[in-house]
Design a protein around this ligand. Structure first.
Ligand code: FMN
Length: 368
């Protein structure tokens, strides 16, 4: 590396660290409820709203920090073992595989986790997964039918639904969920939201009553958590931030790209729509820039759309514009694949373990 590059890298790291530490961000403290530190010497219950405390109690959590759907099994176990809520995406797994995943997770952690289903796709493994003892199920991109909710309740499992507007929150609440996730436009991955997190959160909170609402989109630091909880959220969802951890199943190239990314690195687009035509937020890369330069053509006219950009021993070839991100095991032009990232990516500057990250964020939260 030349001296100039070194200077640029350290300046960039410093700027990202400053942003991550919340320099320049102010927040009002949440009033304490006067409880004593727990057996871990940890006093989060003393600084949380009653609704957040109820959420912790309901799901037996130490922190109101939920993993978003991606990241894989190892990350779900690490988050759950650290006192957060682990998550596993089961939308695209065959029932036998989904059952194996849930069985392994149940063995690997005494903590809690949920299975995520994107309702654009049929939740084919739901019955089997509930039978295997999946403790909680969460849906996005749709509202589950009454029969689906009945199955979940009969199995004794918890229910979460992602919403993105006052209108769909109203419908979701008819299903009497245990929690709502309110996603904002800042989010990485597939973005159901059409407006920014905080205005949507306010609108959803006005309807939610006692139902806890978790904030999703652009949350990377303890300061972000403080801002979300001050705004009335009972907890937060971390997607992109947790992808840049030791245990996440993201490929190292993807993790490095998240660390290097800056304020203007993400784009909200429909570029990577080969197998699911939905809006998403990714890092701008060669695939996106070539497609954009060509006038954002429809499928059939996209540049290089039949290119195999990478291969995976289990997942097989990945075509350009497919939705799969670079995962461990992928080989090829990994930085030309969909590298999902939320707007909080600018505040990611390192690759901690999930436990280190969660404890650090919580300290930042408490010190804000
Ligand atoms: C790599 C990646 C994959 C995602 N996959 C899913 C998914 O399978 N199902 C889903 O409901 N949301 C998915 N999301 C969106 C997250 O659930 C969440 O809304 C988002 O990550 C929050 O924003 P953040 O990334 O800025 O934290 C994904 C997000 C990322 C970054």
């Amino acid at each position: 590396m030349t001296q100039m590059e070194t200077d640029k890298t350290s300046r960039r790291t410093f700027m990202k660290k400053s942003a991550a530490l919340g320099i320049g961000i102010s927040a009002t403290p949440i009033s304490t409820v006067g409880q004593q530190p727990d057996e871990h010497g940890h006093d989060e219950r003393g600084v949380l709203s009653e609704k957040s405390q109820a959420l912790l109690k309901r799901f037996n959590l130490k922190y109101p920090i939920f993993q978003a759907a991606p990241g894989g099994e190892e990350l779900a176990v690490a988050v759950a073992n650290s006192g957060g809520m682990g998550a596993i995406s089961l939308s695209w797994d065959a029932p036998e595989l989904a059952v194996d995943v849930v069985t392994r997770l149940r063995k690997a952690t005494k903590g809690n986790f949920y299975a995520n289903y994107v309702l654009h796709f049929e939740p084919n493994s739901l019955d089997q997964v509930l039978e295997a003892g999946c403790p909680n199920v969460q849906f996005s991109w749709g509202i589950p039918g009454k029969n689906v909710v009945a199955k979940i309740r009969n199995a004794g499992a918890g229910l979460g639904i992602q919403v993105s507007s006052r209108q769909n929150a109203e419908r979701a609440l008819e299903r009497e969920p245990d929690f709502l996730i309110c996603q904002g436009l800042e989010a990485g991955g597939h973005v159901q939201a059409t407006s920014l997190l905080f205005p949507t959160l306010q609108a959803v909170l006005e309807l939610a009553g006692d139902v806890p609402v978790l904030a999703a989109g652009g949350i990377s630091t303890g300061h972000d958590i403080r801002n979300a909880l001050n705004a009335g959220a009972s907890g937060v969802i971390l997607g992109t931030r947790l992808m840049a951890t030791v245990e996440s199943d993201a490929h190292d190239v993807y993790k490095s790209s998240l660390i290097d990314a800056g304020e203007d690195s993400t784009v909200y687009t429909i570029c990577f729509n080969r197998d699911w035509n939905a809006t998403h937020r990714v890092l701008r890369n060669k695939t996106f820039l070539d497609w954009e330069a060509d006038g954002c053509p429809d499928t059939g006219n996209k540049p290089g759309e039949d290119d195999v950009v990478a291969n995976h021993p289990d997942l097989g070839p990945a075509l350009r514009y497919e939705t799969v991100p670079p995962l461990q095991g992928h080989e090829g032009a990994l930085d030309e694949m969909a590298m999902y990232a939320g707007q909080g990516v600018d505040k990611i500057y390192d690759l901690p373990s999930a436990r280190e990250l969660i404890t650090r964020l919580w300290k930042e939260f408490e010190n804000t």
